[in-house]
Write a protein that binds this ligand. Structure first.
Ligand code: FAD
Length: 369
């Protein structure tokens, strides 16, 4: 994956013109989700000149919380229940209000930018990004930003069910148009059992996926209901005998038939139809089809990762090399962190650690040895 990302980047470098920036920011943050926003505010609060680069302004990558669409996030004590899109708008407004004023460089500069590549530079990091929406799928504006330290909080993209997928669609939005119609509603495709399981107390709940991950989600679903069905959409379940035995004991149905289409009204998903024409109706649906970390731009760095590509970090989000040493000045926060809870408050907490550590790394003197 790293090599492909580098080749893609080389092509982009050759085919677009870029405007270099002279200004070196204290801390750059990639991503304006809960983790990135908190990292930025924490570093700003220590008097730093912070740059936030966020893809949501120039592309469809708007962060995971955005997929809550019409379902409010309600498990954060200091926030009234709020949908993902509204949360995003609020965070954006707050960051914009912290823009540097007068001749003071202290502040938060928010830029719409899809980061393409990060490299080491004399100052710390050089960050190449596409800074306008693509036109006809092509990059039309590119800029390079400089920063002494870097917090990566770009999250990941969820995998989506392979049902009524349009293989000819160029963009994700086109390929999964039908799936997306039913995503993020009270009665549609959910992606996080801890986030949305409460919407289906005592109801029939369908989980789509294979292997350990989908059974983990089924274990979570038992907090809300005992009526659970696992669909694999034409794939072997990939579950060991002990798990299959427990599923039988708990009356969890596992159906491996391929799904032909959704059954729904408007944006409300009500069931699925299998290829043999039989239909299965349910009240709630959750897909766990893996994830893709938004880290292709880190191809120049060899970092410790899990098999699915999440990043292993030190105590304060320090990015780690394979030998266990820290990659100087580079911090990771939020859902991207291996073992993270993948919830808003946890993402913000790790953003705070990373933002403060990035800021502390800029201090010029330390406690004497
Ligand atoms: C449907 C759904 C419901 C959820 N409900 C809840 C809930 O009720 N409660 C709860 O606590 N959590 C909930 N979550 C989880 C929560 O949304 C995530 O844990 C949280 O958003 C993770 O924050 P993050 O900052 O790590 O990443 P994200 O929120 O994913 O933000 C990543 C940011 O990085 C940007 N980005 C990506 N790639 C690039 C790039 N190349 N260049 C520049 N920027 C980039 C994106 O634009 C985005 O703004 C839910 C998640 C989903 C999907």
């Amino acid at each position: 994956m790293d090599r492909l990302a580098l080749l893609r980047y080389a092509w982009i470098m050759e085919h677009t013109s870029k405007r270099p920036s002279e200004h070196v920011h204290d801390v750059a943050v990639i991503g304006m989700g809960p983790a990135g926003a908190q990292a930025a505010i924490s570093a700003w609060h220590q008097g730093r000149d912070v740059l936030v680069l966020d893809a949501g302004e120039v592309s469809q990558r708007k962060g995971r919380a955005y997929w809550t669409k019409s379902v409010a996030i309600e498990d954060i004590p200091f926030l009234a229940p709020i949908t993902g899109p509204r949360l995003r708008a609020q965070v954006q407004e707050r960051l914009r209000s912290l823009a540097p004023k007068g001749g003071d460089s202290r502040g938060v500069t928010l830029r719409g930018a899809y980061v393409l590549h990060v490299a080491r530079a004399a100052e710390g990091f050089a960050i190449d990004a596409s800074t306008e929406p693509l036109r006809g799928g092509e990059i039309v504006a590119r800029e390079t930003f400089l920063a002494r330290t870097l917090v990566v909080a770009s999250g990941f993209e969820d995998g989506w069910p392979d049902i009524e997928r349009d293989p000819n669609g160029r963009r994700m939005l086109e390929r999964y148009r039908t799936v997306f119609r039913y995503a993020g509603n009270q009665s549609g495709w959910h992606l996080c059992i801890r986030c949305d399981g409460h919407l289906h107390f005592g109801q029939h709940f369908v989980l789509l996926g294979v292997g350990e991950e989908i059974y983990e989600a089924a274990l979570g679903a038992q907090d809300f209901t005992r009526r659970i069905t696992i669909l694999t959409n034409g794939r072997p379940a990939g579950l060991p005998p002990a798990v299959l035995a427990q599923a039988r004991e708990r009356d969890i149905q596992i159906d491996t038939r391929r799904i032909a289409r959704h059954i729904g009204k408007g944006t409300r998903l009500e069931g699925v139809e299998f290829e043999d024409g039989e239909q299965l109706m349910a009240d709630g649906f959750l897909a766990d089809e893996g994830l893709e970390p938004n880290t292709a731009f880190l191809a120049a760095f060899t970092l410790q990762r899990t098999p699915e590509g999440l990043l292993r970090v030190g105590e304060n989000g320090e990015a780690l090399r394979p030998d266990g040493t820290q990659e100087p000045g580079l911090y990771i926060a939020g859902d991207l962190v291996a073992g993270a809870r993948k919830l808003v408050a946890a993402a913000a907490a790790s953003g705070q650690d990373a933002g403060l550590a990035a800021s502390d790394a800029l201090r010029s003197w330390r406690y004497p040895e």
